[in-house]
Design a binder for this molecule. Structure first.
Ligand code: MD3
Ligand code: FE
Length: 225
Protein backbone atom coordinates (compact mmCIF):
# COMPACT_ATOMS: atom_id res chain seq x y z
CA UNK A 1 0.00 0.00 0.00
CA UNK A 2 1.46 3.37 -0.95
CA UNK A 3 0.37 5.19 2.20
CA UNK A 4 1.74 5.26 5.71
CA UNK A 5 -0.99 3.27 7.46
CA UNK A 6 -1.75 0.80 4.68
CA UNK A 7 0.92 -1.84 5.34
CA UNK A 8 0.17 -1.91 9.05
CA UNK A 9 -3.56 -2.21 8.55
CA UNK A 10 -3.09 -4.88 5.91
CA UNK A 11 -0.68 -6.86 8.08
CA UNK A 12 -3.09 -6.64 11.02
CA UNK A 13 -5.92 -7.86 8.82
CA UNK A 14 -3.89 -10.84 7.64
CA UNK A 15 -3.03 -11.64 11.28
CA UNK A 16 -6.69 -11.45 12.28
CA UNK A 17 -7.75 -13.73 9.43
CA UNK A 18 -4.99 -16.27 10.19
CA UNK A 19 -6.08 -16.35 13.85
CA UNK A 20 -9.62 -17.50 13.06
CA UNK A 21 -9.30 -19.51 9.86
CA UNK A 22 -9.07 -23.25 10.45
CA UNK A 23 -6.21 -25.05 8.69
CA UNK A 24 -4.44 -28.38 8.89
CA UNK A 25 -0.73 -29.16 8.92
CA UNK A 26 0.97 -32.56 9.24
CA UNK A 27 3.69 -32.48 11.92
CA UNK A 28 4.76 -36.14 11.76
CA UNK A 29 3.17 -39.48 10.93
CA UNK A 30 -0.07 -39.50 12.96
CA UNK A 31 0.36 -35.94 14.27
CA UNK A 32 -1.91 -33.27 12.80
CA UNK A 33 -2.04 -29.59 13.77
CA UNK A 34 -5.55 -28.16 13.40
CA UNK A 35 -5.07 -24.42 13.68
CA UNK A 36 -8.00 -22.54 15.25
CA UNK A 37 -10.11 -25.70 15.46
CA UNK A 38 -11.25 -24.82 19.00
CA UNK A 39 -12.28 -21.23 18.21
CA UNK A 40 -15.97 -22.08 17.60
CA UNK A 41 -16.02 -23.77 21.04
CA UNK A 42 -14.01 -21.17 22.97
CA UNK A 43 -16.75 -19.43 24.97
CA UNK A 44 -18.35 -22.68 26.11
CA UNK A 45 -14.98 -24.26 26.82
CA UNK A 46 -13.84 -21.31 28.95
CA UNK A 47 -17.12 -21.34 30.91
CA UNK A 48 -16.82 -25.09 31.53
CA UNK A 49 -13.17 -24.70 32.52
CA UNK A 50 -14.16 -22.17 35.21
CA UNK A 51 -16.55 -24.71 36.72
CA UNK A 52 -13.94 -27.47 36.69
CA UNK A 53 -11.28 -25.35 38.41
CA UNK A 54 -13.78 -24.12 41.02
CA UNK A 55 -14.15 -27.79 42.08
CA UNK A 56 -10.54 -28.89 41.52
CA UNK A 57 -8.20 -25.88 41.75
CA UNK A 58 -4.85 -25.76 39.97
CA UNK A 59 -1.92 -26.99 42.02
CA UNK A 60 1.80 -27.39 41.33
CA UNK A 61 2.63 -31.06 41.83
CA UNK A 62 5.94 -32.57 42.91
CA UNK A 63 7.76 -35.08 40.69
CA UNK A 64 9.18 -38.38 41.95
CA UNK A 65 12.57 -36.64 41.75
CA UNK A 66 11.37 -34.15 44.37
CA UNK A 67 11.04 -31.11 42.05
CA UNK A 68 7.95 -28.94 42.09
CA UNK A 69 6.65 -28.47 38.55
CA UNK A 70 6.44 -24.89 37.19
CA UNK A 71 3.20 -25.85 35.41
CA UNK A 72 0.09 -25.93 37.62
CA UNK A 73 -2.31 -28.79 36.91
CA UNK A 74 -5.76 -30.14 37.52
CA UNK A 75 -7.95 -32.77 35.81
CA UNK A 76 -11.48 -33.66 34.88
CA UNK A 77 -12.95 -36.97 33.78
CA UNK A 78 -13.05 -40.37 35.46
CA UNK A 79 -9.26 -40.48 35.77
CA UNK A 80 -6.75 -37.73 36.49
CA UNK A 81 -2.97 -37.67 36.05
CA UNK A 82 -1.10 -37.06 39.28
CA UNK A 83 2.51 -37.02 40.35
CA UNK A 84 3.90 -37.05 43.86
CA UNK A 85 7.15 -38.24 45.41
CA UNK A 86 5.93 -41.87 45.10
CA UNK A 87 5.49 -41.70 41.30
CA UNK A 88 3.20 -40.86 38.37
CA UNK A 89 -0.24 -42.42 38.00
CA UNK A 90 -3.83 -41.95 36.92
CA UNK A 91 -6.19 -41.75 39.89
CA UNK A 92 -9.98 -41.42 40.05
CA UNK A 93 -9.69 -39.23 43.13
CA UNK A 94 -8.24 -35.74 43.50
CA UNK A 95 -5.64 -36.15 46.26
CA UNK A 96 -6.23 -32.55 47.42
CA UNK A 97 -9.97 -33.01 48.08
CA UNK A 98 -10.34 -36.76 48.45
CA UNK A 99 -13.26 -36.45 45.97
CA UNK A 100 -13.58 -37.78 42.41
CA UNK A 101 -12.29 -35.37 39.74
CA UNK A 102 -15.03 -33.17 38.21
CA UNK A 103 -16.92 -34.88 35.38
CA UNK A 104 -15.69 -34.11 31.88
CA UNK A 105 -17.90 -31.30 30.53
CA UNK A 106 -19.91 -32.28 27.43
CA UNK A 107 -18.30 -29.50 25.38
CA UNK A 108 -14.82 -30.84 26.24
CA UNK A 109 -15.79 -34.32 25.06
CA UNK A 110 -17.39 -33.00 21.88
CA UNK A 111 -14.37 -30.85 21.01
CA UNK A 112 -11.96 -33.74 21.60
CA UNK A 113 -14.07 -36.23 19.68
CA UNK A 114 -14.53 -33.92 16.68
CA UNK A 115 -10.84 -32.97 16.58
CA UNK A 116 -9.75 -36.61 16.78
CA UNK A 117 -12.12 -37.49 13.92
CA UNK A 118 -10.71 -34.60 11.84
CA UNK A 119 -7.25 -35.98 12.57
CA UNK A 120 -8.16 -39.46 11.39
CA UNK A 121 -9.14 -41.06 14.71
CA UNK A 122 -12.92 -41.50 14.63
CA UNK A 123 -14.61 -42.73 17.82
CA UNK A 124 -12.16 -41.18 20.30
CA UNK A 125 -13.70 -41.41 23.79
CA UNK A 126 -11.33 -39.80 26.31
CA UNK A 127 -11.71 -40.68 29.99
CA UNK A 128 -9.16 -38.15 31.23
CA UNK A 129 -8.46 -34.48 30.59
CA UNK A 130 -5.27 -33.11 32.11
CA UNK A 131 -5.40 -29.31 32.36
CA UNK A 132 -2.05 -27.52 32.43
CA UNK A 133 -1.69 -23.86 33.36
CA UNK A 134 1.46 -21.96 32.34
CA UNK A 135 2.20 -18.62 33.96
CA UNK A 136 4.99 -16.57 32.31
CA UNK A 137 8.26 -18.50 32.73
CA UNK A 138 6.60 -21.90 33.24
CA UNK A 139 7.89 -24.72 31.04
CA UNK A 140 7.67 -28.45 30.53
CA UNK A 141 10.85 -30.39 29.90
CA UNK A 142 11.16 -33.02 27.18
CA UNK A 143 9.21 -36.18 28.09
CA UNK A 144 7.07 -39.00 26.71
CA UNK A 145 3.45 -39.65 27.74
CA UNK A 146 3.39 -43.33 28.57
CA UNK A 147 1.30 -43.63 31.74
CA UNK A 148 -1.82 -44.50 29.69
CA UNK A 149 -3.10 -48.04 29.13
CA UNK A 150 -3.90 -47.72 25.44
CA UNK A 151 -1.29 -46.26 23.05
CA UNK A 152 -3.60 -46.97 20.08
CA UNK A 153 -5.79 -44.06 21.17
CA UNK A 154 -4.47 -40.60 20.26
CA UNK A 155 -3.92 -37.68 22.62
CA UNK A 156 -5.75 -34.49 21.65
CA UNK A 157 -4.34 -31.18 22.90
CA UNK A 158 -6.11 -27.81 22.94
CA UNK A 159 -4.16 -24.58 23.48
CA UNK A 160 -5.84 -21.55 25.05
CA UNK A 161 -4.48 -18.11 25.91
CA UNK A 162 -0.90 -16.95 25.41
CA UNK A 163 1.11 -18.56 22.61
CA UNK A 164 3.81 -21.10 23.46
CA UNK A 165 6.74 -22.66 21.66
CA UNK A 166 6.07 -26.39 21.54
CA UNK A 167 9.12 -28.65 21.20
CA UNK A 168 8.43 -31.76 19.16
CA UNK A 169 11.15 -34.38 19.10
CA UNK A 170 11.17 -37.95 17.92
CA UNK A 171 11.14 -41.49 19.25
CA UNK A 172 14.50 -40.98 20.98
CA UNK A 173 15.31 -38.34 23.58
CA UNK A 174 18.35 -37.33 21.56
CA UNK A 175 16.25 -36.49 18.44
CA UNK A 176 16.50 -32.75 17.87
CA UNK A 177 13.10 -31.17 18.53
CA UNK A 178 11.29 -29.07 15.93
CA UNK A 179 9.67 -25.89 17.27
CA UNK A 180 6.04 -24.99 16.68
CA UNK A 181 4.25 -21.89 17.91
CA UNK A 182 0.91 -23.03 19.36
CA UNK A 183 -1.68 -20.30 19.66
CA UNK A 184 -5.08 -19.81 21.23
CA UNK A 185 -7.56 -22.22 19.66
CA UNK A 186 -4.98 -24.52 18.07
CA UNK A 187 -5.64 -28.24 18.46
CA UNK A 188 -3.19 -31.08 17.85
CA UNK A 189 -4.04 -34.75 17.44
CA UNK A 190 -1.15 -37.07 18.32
CA UNK A 191 -1.65 -40.63 17.23
CA UNK A 192 0.18 -43.40 15.43
CA UNK A 193 3.96 -43.39 15.83
CA UNK A 194 3.99 -39.78 17.13
CA UNK A 195 1.95 -40.85 20.15
CA UNK A 196 5.18 -41.82 21.95
CA UNK A 197 7.44 -39.05 20.64
CA UNK A 198 9.35 -36.84 23.05
CA UNK A 199 7.91 -33.36 23.48
CA UNK A 200 7.99 -30.31 25.75
CA UNK A 201 7.17 -26.62 26.06
CA UNK A 202 9.70 -23.76 26.13
CA UNK A 203 9.43 -21.20 28.97
CA UNK A 204 6.28 -19.14 28.40
CA UNK A 205 6.86 -15.56 27.27
CA UNK A 206 4.96 -12.89 29.16
CA UNK A 207 1.96 -11.26 27.52
CA UNK A 208 -1.72 -10.58 27.89
CA UNK A 209 -4.42 -12.53 26.06
CA UNK A 210 -7.80 -10.90 25.42
CA UNK A 211 -9.85 -13.86 26.70
CA UNK A 212 -7.43 -15.69 29.00
CA UNK A 213 -5.24 -12.96 30.52
CA UNK A 214 -1.61 -13.56 31.45
CA UNK A 215 -1.49 -17.34 31.08
CA UNK A 216 -1.62 -20.30 28.74
CA UNK A 217 -3.91 -23.23 29.44
CA UNK A 218 -3.52 -26.54 27.65
CA UNK A 219 -6.11 -29.31 27.75
CA UNK A 220 -4.89 -32.80 26.89
CA UNK A 221 -7.51 -35.44 26.31
CA UNK A 222 -6.44 -39.01 26.88
CA UNK A 223 -7.72 -42.54 27.02
CA UNK A 224 -5.95 -43.38 30.26
CA UNK A 225 -7.81 -46.52 31.36
C1 MD3 B 1 3.08 -35.38 21.60
N1 MD3 B 1 1.55 -30.97 27.61
O1 MD3 B 1 0.53 -32.62 29.42
S1 MD3 B 1 0.42 -30.62 24.73
C2 MD3 B 1 1.47 -33.07 28.72
O2 MD3 B 1 1.35 -27.85 26.10
C3 MD3 B 1 2.09 -32.18 27.73
O3 MD3 B 1 0.89 -28.51 28.09
C4 MD3 B 1 2.10 -29.97 26.73
O4 MD3 B 1 3.02 -32.55 27.11
C5 MD3 B 1 1.39 -28.68 26.98
O5 MD3 B 1 1.89 -34.22 28.78
C6 MD3 B 1 2.03 -30.35 25.32
C7 MD3 B 1 0.86 -31.48 23.33
C8 MD3 B 1 1.15 -32.94 23.46
C9 MD3 B 1 0.52 -33.71 24.39
C10 MD3 B 1 0.77 -35.07 24.40
C11 MD3 B 1 1.62 -35.64 23.47
C12 MD3 B 1 1.98 -33.47 22.56
C13 MD3 B 1 2.23 -34.82 22.54
C14 MD3 B 1 1.88 -37.01 23.42
C15 MD3 B 1 2.69 -37.54 22.46
C16 MD3 B 1 3.31 -36.72 21.56
FE1 FE C 1 3.19 -34.71 27.35
Amino acid sequence: MPNERGPTLTADLFDAVRDVRPSREAMAEGAVLLRSFARPFENEVIAALREVIAQAPFRRMVTPGGHQMSVAMTNCGSAGWVTDPSGYRYDGVDPNSGQPWPAMPAVFRQLAEQAAAAGGFAGFAPDACLINRYAPGARMSLHQDKDEQDFAAPIVSVSLGLPAVFLFGGAKRADKPARYRLEHGDVVVWGGPSRLFFHGVAPLADGEHALMGRQRINLTFRKAQ
